[in-house]
Ligand binder design. Structure first.
Ligand SMILES: [Zn+2]
Length: 324
């Protein structure tokens, strides 16, 4: 049992399907309680109630000794007005989220994009610890992006920056997802959604494979299934992940050329594929990016995994000034 610290901050990662609130000791980065709630299908009012409940649960678990609450939301922001402008997968639009939550919870509240929170956690204490220039891609249903430049979180003019998943890697590529009006974004060709699409196309041509047999037996085609079978040596699953990794490497080459990061951190559900994804990504990046940046950059998997957004949100709430 971890000793409950004198003071905690609460980090909340608000995803499209579920939300995770953790009571975090900001000094030791230990998580003392995790509260989970379903978010899928909720309207705005129900979603906000679920958030308040989860924060309350985490707060009660540490005896209410909470200094602040941080939120990571997959959403674009206008920090001039403190407004969550547009979320692809959540019923939040033009909402003064920080003010609303601060009023409901009676605590100081910090709000940022979920991938901004994730890169902050990795740069401060995770896979990019000690690095001042870090880019992160979180690869799930979509692709989130975060940047730490010169030791600070890079938010852009109004807080809408680092939408790295929406860099175009194929001008005539497929339409992007959700509210994005673009074509051939990295998200459109290298996300978890793209992985499933790639595997579906390939298994249709090669049904006599472990993946083909799994589908015949009624297993739904998902990223985790493709990943599991790729590790078992299924050729279709392995090739699908290799292709996604290669495309990811094209995106990483752009990041390396533009930002010269010391570390590029890869997170999100798809990083469960580990080196099956990272190796072809590194190879493609090295073939395409310029020296010396390409030879010096480290491309690494997230250290905090599914909790990087939650922990980063807590760190931002504990010390918002450190990111600015
Ligand atoms: Zn896009």
């Amino acid at each position: 049992m971890l000793e409950v610290p004198a003071r905690c901050v609460i980090g909340v990662d608000l995803g499209g399907t579920k939300l995770l609130a953790g009571a975090v000791d900001p000094e030791r980065l230990t998580v003392h309680h995790r509260a989970r709630r379903e978010a899928f299908g909720l309207d705005q009012t129900a979603l906000i109630e679920a958030v308040v409940e989860a924060v309350q649960e985490a707060s009660d678990a540490v005896g209410g000794a909470v200094d602040a609450v941080g939120f990571g939301i997959p959403c674009t922001f206008d920090r001039r007005r403190g407004i969550a402008v547009q979320a692809v997968n959540l019923p939040l639009a033009d909402l003064p989220f920080a003010d609303l939550m601060s009023e409901r919870l009676g605590l100081p509240v910090e709000v940022d994009n979920d991938a901004n929170c994730a890169v902050w956690a990795e740069a401060r204490a995770g896979a990019a610890r000690g690095a001042a220039d870090v880019a992160m891609l979180t690869i799930g249903t979509g692709i989130g992006g975060g940047l730490v430049l010169g030791g600070r979180l890079y938010r852009g003019w109004v807080g809408a920056a680092a939408e790295l998943g929406h860099m175009v890697v194929d001008m005539d590529g497929p339409p992007c997802q959700g509210n994005c009006p673009n074509w051939g974004c990295l998200e459109a060709v290298a996300s978890g959604t793209a992985l499933v699409r790639e595997a579906a196309l390939r298994v249709a041509r090669e049904p006599d494979t472990p993946l083909g047999h799994a589908l015949e037996n009624g297993h739904p085609l998902t990223g985790p299934l493709v990943t599991e079978l790729a590790f078992d040596g299924d050729p279709v699953a392995a090739e699908s992940i290799r292709v996604i990794g290669e495309r990811l490497g094209v995106g990483i080459a752009n990041l390396v050329n533009i930002f010269n990061p010391e570390v590029v951190v890869i997170g999100g559900g798809v990083i469960a594929a580990g080196e099956l994804l990272l190796e072809p990504a590194r190879e493609a990046m090295k073939r395409r990016a310029l020296e010396p940046a390409r030879d010096l950059v480290r491309v690494a998997a997230t250290m905090f995994g599914a909790e990087s957004g939650m922990i980063g949100a807590a760190l931002l709430a504990a010390d918002p000034g450190a990111a600015e």
